[in-house]
Design a protein around this ligand. Sequence first.
Ligand code: PLP
Length: 379
Amino acid sequence: MTTWILTCSACGRQEPQDAAVGVCAECGQPFLVRFTSPPPARGHILSRWDLWRYAAALPLTEGETPVCLGEGVTPLLEAPSLARHAGVRRLWVKDEGVNPTASFKARGLAAAVTRARARGVPGLVVPTAGNAGAALAAYGAAAGIRVRVYAPATTPRPILDTIRAMGVELVTVDGHIGDAGRRSAEFAKESGYFNVATLREPYRVEGNKTLAIELAEQLDWKLPDAVVYPTGGGEGVIGMWKAFAEMAEWGWTGSATPRIIVAQAEGCAPIVRAHRAGADRATPWENPVTHAAGLRVPGPLGDRLVLRALRETQGDAGSVSEDAIREATRLVASATGIDAAPEGGCGLAVLADLVRAGRIDPASQVVLYNTGSGASYRA
Ligand SMILES: *Cc1c(COP(=O)(O)O)cnc(C)c1O
């Protein structure tokens, strides 16, 4: 079990454990969890086969049973042919498509719904580009909590079908996730439902830490030189950045942190633009377009934290065209048998570009996150 407080990532304002907060009341920026319990040891890892094996590193109280659908513990698969294609020494794919509801979003929502259930919320609402809605629908069903999802009408059909199958309320919206975000916030205000939008509550990031903790354990606690993450709202990157720092502080790993590499689509690349400009905030992307739905996030609330994660890890960011995404997605599948999502394909294409441009050392050992499943995108 752990104890913690919430601290604002920008101004340092503090709130107690399990306060019913969204963003910071003073500056509007996200809260992060800061543990007040003694540092956990690797020996505290439980022998259970889901991400709660790392409960000692997660916000979970004494005697509490987490909301769980078997999330996490995803395969880490070495792919020599993709390593040759990208021009790096070694490359592994961490296949997040095998999670419940077919994306890494299961990790964050398992943690967020666990904490929301502990507070007895009347319902949960989320704006989504698709996969977060499917994951919230499933974890809401598992926890017996009412759920409403706001998703763009253009969301891939299999994802909308999964949301409907869980028996939750689905509202489709003209526009992108930012438009869905406004509708969710209004609904939360009038209904009392708790809004679990990316970075609007601190626990999705906590669940996403296991993207990195699990990787470390799979590599016998020797971290790779770089991790490539297809990035939209940034909760995956922020979770990994926080976990790399915590694992170093707790002595679970050495102090060298992998470079975090952000992959985006050319049609919606606010983080790439801001990183290349050396800015510490991103300006919203006008007219966001990409078929990699999870990357269509024009104005992420977590922009500052993602940019900080890039600076602090000597990371980098790149974007590629829709055609390059399609081609790389096919290549991941045909070369490895992993049913890659377009977001995963985007990661491979960006990696290959950055190696060619001399921004990633060819001697690197790299882990590419395939964040979802190709099946979710086939109509
Ligand atoms: C949500 C999502 C992303 C982007 O993740 P963020 O944490 O929001 O940056 C990438 N790929 C897939 C498949 C997603 O569902």
